[in-house]
Design a protein around this ligand. Sequence first.
Ligand code: CMP
Length: 131
Amino acid sequence: MEQTLSIIKPDAVERGLVEEIKNIFIKNNLKIVNEKKLHINKDEAAEFYKVHQSKPFYEQLCNYLSSGPIFVMVLEGENAILENRKIMGATNPKDAIEGTIRKLYGISIDKNSVHGSDSVENAKKEIKFFF
Ligand code: CMP
């Protein structure tokens, strides 16, 4: 069994999509083993997204993640990291395939509704960051 971190971002929390998104994970055999709603500040967002610090969109990304409440979860299942990434869809909702969370709910590349860990190493770090 593998664990991964999922974040429902401010745009989706604000639109009341938490339960709908949680149900998508559950239907796809990802068990929610830990969860909480919180509002992080910009420094915390900067620490969380440190891996992107050299990217031109870093500042905007940190401002956005700290702009409102988020809902974080630890998802557990077979190949949870990869499965979660399939369920989320492409980073840019415009490129996401039908039925994925980002296709269903994403607004833009920034407001793409969910984040998911991209590797075993990052999943461990990200889970530790929030729980
Ligand atoms: P996420 O999976 O949370 O990881 C980093 C985030 O940066 C990504 O989702 C996007 O929301 C955001 N982002 C903004 N601009 C870009 C970009 N040009 N390329 C990739 N990610 C971007």
